[in-house]
Write a protein that binds this ligand. Structure first.
Ligand code: HEM
Length: 119
């Protein structure tokens, strides 16, 4: 049974463009992860500040293996560097405005039913 992992990013209005630019230039490595099934970046249009990073995996184990992997680290290297820069430690190589997201939260679901359009 597939599992859905949604990373919920709180993004202030002023940082939306920056966040979307980062995802447009993302590492693109998740596609090669074992057990990876789906990814979507979802932009809020209802007045909230929460973007959803929707991912679906063959199993919990596959998701956890990706989180521990080099690919996850590389896919988040810029986000990490920016966070470091914002907190005043290290040598952040970001754009100097800190991380695009001001908070994040991970949601986990099991897929119970799903459908795709009839051919
Ligand atoms: C501290 C928490 C996290 C923050 C602030 C964050 C933020 C970001 C940002 C800004 C990017 C764009 C790439 C970049 O800037 O280098 C990114 C990529 C991505 N994030 Fe996260 N992320 C976090 C954790 C997670 C988690 C737990 C998941 C699992 C659902 C996830 C899923 C993804 C995926 C699939 C990509 C694209 C990576 C690729 O192309 O290989 N993120 N994230």
């Amino acid at each position: 049974m597939s599992v859905v992992k949604i990373n919920v990013l709180t993004v202030p209005a002023a940082m939306r463009e920056e966040l979307e630019r980062r995802f447009a230039g993302r590492a693109g490595m998740v596609e090669s992860a074992d057990g990876f099934e789906w990814f979507e970046l979802l932009r809020p249009v209802d007045g909230t500040e929460r973007y959803l990073v929707y991912t679906r995996w063959r199993s919990e184990e596959d998701f956890e293996a990706w989180q521990r992997s080099q690919e996850f680290a590389r896919g988040h290297a810029r986000a990490a560097a920016d966070a470091e820069g914002a907190s005043g430690h290290g040598h952040g190589h970001g754009h100097g405005q800190g991380p695009a997201a001001s908070g994040s939260e991970l949601w986990t679901f099991e897929v119970v039913e799903s459908a795709t359009p009839k051919a």
